[in-house]
Design a protein around this ligand. Sequence first.
Ligand code: HEB
Length: 88
Amino acid sequence: LDPALAAGKAVYDMSCGACHDAGMMGAPKPGDKAAWADRVAQGLDVMTQKSIDGFTGAAGMMPAKGGNMDLTDEEVGGAVAWMASTVE
Ligand code: HEB
């Protein structure tokens, strides 16, 4: 795994997996191509900004930075990049 993606996965495991691993409350699971297709189509920058700010979509509520406000924007971006890499 590319080192940047590995760092993103570490952030994911710590702060995102609690919801996204199990698809809790509509959270798209890593590797679920159907759940990610329209999301990835927005582009990484849009997905990252929405993950930093938080948003409510058709599936449910994504909290700002997954509720971990200690994460930097770059760390959130790395986690999003790893998630997107699972459906490439
Ligand atoms: Fe989340 C969604 C990321 C955490 C829940 N997310 C999402 C997305 C992304 C993410 C990228 C997609 C977006 C779009 O579509 O644009 N997350 C993430 C990250 C993290 C997280 C990176 C760590 C920081 N989440 C989380 C948590 C939770 C969640 C913790 C729970 C609480 N999400 C979610 C949901 C969703 C999401 C529910 C879906 C929403 C809608 O509706 O769409």
